[in-house]
Ligand binder design. Structure first.
Ligand code: ADP
Ligand code: MG
Length: 708
């Protein structure tokens, strides 16, 4: 059996165990072990329950074992609610007794300094030695509604039910898991599983993701994450989820520097750069959200309507104001309004005045006397239009608010098309909200919440339609044989060195020679042809133009001679004279547009490529796009087209379009360099890459790299 399958089966057994032991069980619901037992019994877990407590005969009527070794039969899962100093010994006892997996809620491990980290290492050692799996430590347990099993101490389980459904939730944070569960329960959204993982000492996010992908009860997978242990495995699972059509939604902390710090101290995980993470998600079909409740609400909508009926949104409102807000917000969020056919509009004109008989619909402009008849017929016409993929129902207060809500909800349910309700936030909508809950319809009372879900749903289906990038496909291509980069760790490679590396890989660079005297510079220029550019070659000089040492557009020998002297003087003013190694004489290659292309190393995903507008624009607008390397040319093109400066690639103000294909090829090549020299390259910048008109290509005008 492969290790991955073992993990998956481990996760499955933990969520659907035949027997559960609670170590430290008590009847005192003020204690962890008391509440866990209470909820386990209260919610009707049907497997065998074994409370372990040497001081009691029974707990909540269930007979106790004095020690886990006296459990009187196999135990699939043991939950340990003990103080940190007793934990390691108790865990070892469980392993000895043949327990399948332990859930460790205790805190005071890797998240709590060196001593805790050492204690966590002991847990891992026991798990590796014995094969017993561990969830946690520092977790809040799990909820498995289809097995009627609550294995957590959280007060949110005071309800009279566990809400089963089709959303699978994995959360590194226990507190967030139960808060999401609670809020979802209020909205009548049920779960196939809720798992909190804490420090992920043994079983980690991907183990449960893998299980949920294969779990029939799960339609959508939601993850709250702080860090990732094995990014490659996670992304491969995302690809698998995309293949089987299960949406994966993620909220990740560590977006800001402050967030990164808190992630490290919270579950001792390594947080990577959020931009890279979000690029990886985009390329593997994962929807990234910034709010946990929004994630669950989106999951609910995707679970209700897993198939895409098209991206056209029909706005159906009870008022002109609601319709106006609906179309504005939908358009701003990048959603497309459905274009109703002539037939649909003719049908609408039978019940609505002509200005209202289109998308958006405003029920206020009616031609039939019965408002209910008008509402129902208008809804049907709009939902039946082939371009309508979803109806956004915006109900402002209307006469007979409740009755109208019920009629529209029933019509919408009967239509079979996806729909989503927005009702007014005030108490006047309490009745309509109750009706929508009773009918099982999703509703929101804030436009922002609604738009967030609609946007995320749209993003999911768009990514699902996208073909995965060839270059990033799982089967690695034969790596190009490359000579290792020469240089010491920490060395900054000069422009000529990096340009020759680029040239070796087929990226066009400026024709250039190095010259160590003014005379040599002149003969180099004669050879290259005027006009030329002169720049210093100097150790430790990062920004050449900052010290006025880049001389452009030199048209004759006298200018070259003068430039050489000026550059030498400028360098010697800023650096020790020994740093000056001469000048690079290069062809003057005048571009239409300058880009910056770069390679960076991400702590999680390794080599990544970055592209953006060249020069000051990149700093001014932080207009950059990122992708995990390698990427193919098509993907590179998409990245360039995602920049805000993208319109400049097209025909612009009378000039012909630019050579975006050549730029994309250069970016893709850079991504290959990133991979093949990944062990040595910390970063590499081509700044700028000059871009000329279509068919005229690109050229690296400046480049530098840092070794490690
Ligand atoms: P720096 O070290 O300051 O980044 P660069 O070599 O990038 O110096 O030169 C500064 C600017 O000069 C570039 O951004 C580009 O606009 C222009 N430039 C540099 N080299 C050339 C060249 N060979 N042909 C045309 N323009 C160039
Ligand atoms: Mg530069």
């Amino acid at each position: 059996m492969s290790e991955a399958i073992a993990h998956r089966l481990g996760a499955e057994r933990i969520l659907h165990p035949r027997s559960v032991a609670v170590i430290g069980a008590s009847e005192d619901v003020g204690k962890f072990g008391g509440r866990v037992m209470h909820y386990l019994v209260k919610h009707g877990y049907e497997g065998r329950i074994v409370p372990v407590n040497p001081k009691r005969d029974t707990v909540f009527g269930v007979s106790c074992a004095p020690h886990i070794s006296k459990a009187g039969g196999p135990v699939d899962v043991a939950l340990l609610a003990l103080p940190a100093h007793m934990l390691v010994a108790a865990l070892a006892d469980c392993a000895e007794a043949g327990v399948g997996a332990c859930i460790v809620m205790t805190t005071g491990f890797a998240e709590a300094g060196e001593e805790g980290a050492a204690r966590q290492a002991e847990l891992i050692e026991i798990s590796h030695r014995t094969g017993m799996r561990i969830v946690g430590p520092n977790c809040m347990g799990l909820i498995s509604p289809h097995s009627k099993m609550a294995l957590t101490s959280s007060l949110v389980l005071e309800t009279d039910h566990l809400r089963a459904g089709s959303v699978g939730l994995i959360s590194q944070s226990g507190a967030l898991m139960v808060s999401m569960y609670n809020r979802a329960d209020d909205a009548e959204i049920g779960f196939s599983a809720c798992v909190s993982l804490g420090n992920q000492a043994d079983l980690e996010i991907s183990d449960f993701v893998e299980h949920l992908i294969h779990d029939d009860a799960t339609k959508v997978i939601c993850i709250y994450m702080e860090g990732l242990r094995d990014p490659a495995r996670f992304l491969a699972l995302a690809d698998e989820a995309r293949r089987v059509g299960k949406p994966m939604l993620v909220v990740k902390t560590g977006r800001t520097e402050a967030g990164v710090e808190s992630a490290k101290s919270h579950t001792a995980s390594l947080a990577g750069s959020y931009d890279v993470f979000s690029a990886a998600c985009r390329d593997h079909g994962i929807v990234l959200l910034d709010d946990p409740d929004g994630m669950i609400e989106t999951a609910d909508i995707l679970a209700r309507w897993p198939t895409w009926r098209g991206d056209g949104v029909a706005v159906y409102s009870a008022s002109g104001g609601g319709a106006g807000i609906g179309v504005d917000r939908a358009s701003e969020a990048g959603l497309r309004l459905s274009i109703l056919s002539e037939e649909t509009r003719a049908n609408l004109r039978e019940v609505l005045l002509p200005p209202q008989a289109n998308n958006p619909i405003d029920l206020g402009g009616r031609t039939v006397s019965d408002p209910f008849e008008g509402a129902e017929r208008a809804y049907r016409a709009m939902a039946e239009d082939p371009d309508t993929g979803l109806v956004w129902i915006i109900l402002t207060t209307v006469p007979f608010y409740e009755r109208m809500t019920e009629l529209i909800a029933r019509t919408a349910l009967a239509s079979g098309k996806p729909f989503i309700f927005l009702v007014t936030p005030g108490s006047a909508a309490d009745g309509p909200r109750r009706i929508l809950r009773e009918l099982g319809c999703a509703y929101f009372d804030r436009v922002d919440d609604c738009i967030r879900v609609l946007g995320a749903r749209d993003a999911y289906f768009r990514m699902r339609e996208q073909a995965p990038d060839d270059a990033a496909a799982p089967q690695p291509r034969a790596p190009r044989a490359v000579a290792p980069l020469e240089g010491r760790p920490g060395e900054l490679l000069s422009e000529p060195v990096v340009k020759s590396l680029l040239e070796d890989h087929g990226v066009r660079v400026t024709r250039q020679h190095e010259a160590t005297s003014a005379d040599a510079a002149v003969s180099a220029a004669d050879d290259i042809g005027y006009p030329v550019v002169l720049k210093p070659v100097a150790e430790g000089l990062v920004h050449k133009s900052d010290i006025g040492a880049v001389k452009l557009n030199l048209t004759d020998a006298a200018a070259v001679r003068a430039a050489y002297g000026e550059i030498e003087t400028a360098v010697c003013e800023h650096l020790p004279p020994s740093a000056f190694k001469g000048c690079s004489v290069q062809e003057m290659w005048k571009p239409e547009l300058e880009l910056i292309l770069g390679i960076k190393r991400d702590p999680l995903f390794g080599p990544v490529v970055v592209c953006g507008a060249g020069g000051v624009l990149v700093e001014l607008f932080s207009d950059v796009a990122v992708a995990v390397a390698p990427i193919g040319v098509a993907k590179a093109r998409d990245l360039l087209l995602s920049l805000r400066i993208a319109p400049l690639f097209g025909a612009f103000r009378g000039r012909a379009p630019l050579d975006i294909d050549a730029a994309a090829t250069a970016l893709s090549t850079l991504s290959e360099i990133a991979v093949s020299h990944g062990d040595r390259l910390v970063e590499l910048d081509v700044n700028p890459l000059g871009v000329r008109l279509q068919g005229e290509g690109v050229c690296a005008l400046d480049a530098r790299a840092l070794l490690r």
